[in-house]
Design a protein around this ligand. Structure first.
Ligand code: GLA
Length: 382
């Protein structure tokens, strides 16, 4: 199975934790259609941990969906999700138990992959708790990768070993289509800033068929739900979403879509940011520019990211994660232009839709605390 764009969808964990059930999945699916999220590109609805009974079926060895949560079983549910033009994801774990202490897939990889295929599952998130100490993580991920590839169905393999045990050095060998590079992101600005600075050191680690998963989105959680520690502000959520989008990370919504409100929905559906995220060239982003008129001024809190796009456009994001308003800049030469090359940039602001002209030297903007500007830039004749 080839996965050539960052996968997009919704995952139950951030908001609902152990409270996942059939009704929630169906309602979320309906809402994703009626709110326009499906048409914006979000196609997977993922059931995270705690969907199964504590014991496997003693005769078949199969996992059993908890009938009090999923009374209709998984096949009926996947039929429903497919009838809405969406895809269904499920969760298991490379260890003996999941992180929520349900049975894991260790030594049942081929049984589970076949079972998921029969249920019409399209996506497997595969966690890393309770791994026997004598086993190598890479072998366990390879085993499930092989099992899925031979399950008779296209099932996207979403590895979730949090970047532990040198994941980045072996994940590409396992057949995983996306891989979690971090531990869990909570709804907290302090943690989000930490994650962003870690990701700045990993800009080359994503790409086609093995996308770097920076974890589910916290945008719109507003302090509520399972990982809702303390709400971020709308500006901070916007910065979060823009960074994920610009880096080409998988986009999995983590908030309650029924309660997140129009501001969040409009952010999650931002067509220009999604076009950058889903760009078919999947070029890696790179840092340019800086702040306060100092070429070496880029730091983990104030940085400018750029990314070449398939049609010759360039995405540029100016990020100020610090607590103070800041004057930020980049020079067009850093993008491959020169003063005499006869072209400049027409820059469309992803949030306001406003068009600016770059001029041909330095481009300067004042960016508020925790805020960002992202532009989709096209080359224009001078
Ligand atoms: C781990 C994962 C989370 C979530 C939980 C479920 O912590 O990193 O994303 O799946 O397990 O228990």
């Amino acid at each position: 199975m080839t996965v050539d764009r960052p996968p997009m969808g919704w995952n139950s964990w951030n908001t609902f934790g152990p409270g996942v059930n059939e009704k929630l999945i169906k309602e979320t699916c309906d809402l994703m259609v009626s709110s326009g999220l499906r048409d914006a590109g979000y196609e997977y609805v993922v059931i995270d941990d705690l969907w199964s009974l504590k014991e496997r079926d003693p005769e078949t060895g199969r996992l059993v969906p908890d009938p009090s949560k999923f009374p209709g079983g998984m096949k009926t549910l996947s039929d429903y999700v497919h009838s809405k033009g969406m895809k269904l994801g499920i969760y298991s774990c490379a260890g003996t138990m999941t992180c929520g202490s349900q049975p894991g897939s260790y030594e049942y990889e081929f049984t589970d992959a076949r079972c998921f295929a029969e249920w019409g599952i399209d996506f497997l998130k595969y966690d890393y708790c309770y791994k026997p100490a004598f086993e190598w993580g890479e072998l366990l991920y390879r085993r499930m990768g092989l099992a899925l590839a031979n399950s008779g169905r296209d099932i996207l393999f979403s590895a979730c070993s949090w970047g532990d045990d040198g994941t980045s050095s072996w994940i590409n060998t396992t057949g995983a289509h996306m891989w979690r590079s971090t531990h869990d992101l909570l709804d907290s600005w302090e943690l989000l800033k930490k994650r962003i600075s870690e990701q700045l050191k990993m800009l080359s680690s994503g790409g086609q068929n093995c996308f770097n998963d920076m974890d589910m989105l916290i945008a719109g959680m507003n302090g509520k739900g399972h990982v809702g520690v303390c709400a971020c502000t709308p500006v901070q959520y916007r910065t979060h979403f823009a960074f994920w989008a610009l880096c080409g990370a998988p986009l999995f919504i983590g908030c309650d879509i029924s309660a997140c409100g129009d501001e969040t929905l409009n952010l999650l559906k931002n067509a220009v940011l999604i076009s950058i995220n889903q760009d078919r060239a999947c070029c890696r982003p790179f840092t340019i520019g800086g702040f306060r008129n100092c070429r070496t001024g880029t730091d983990e809190q104030r940085f400018v990211l750029a990314r070449f796009l398939d049609n010759g456009d360039i995405a540029v994001g100016m990020f100020n994660l610090s607590d103070e308003r800041c004057r930020m800049f980049f020079h067009l030469s850093e993008l491959g232009l020169s003063r005499v090359c006869g072209v400049k940039l027409t820059m469309t602001d992803c949030f306001s839709g406003q068009e600016l002209s770059s001029g041909c030297g330095q481009f300067v903007q004042d960016i508020g605390a925790g805020d960002c500007r992202v532009y989709r830039c096209r080359i224009a004749q001078e």
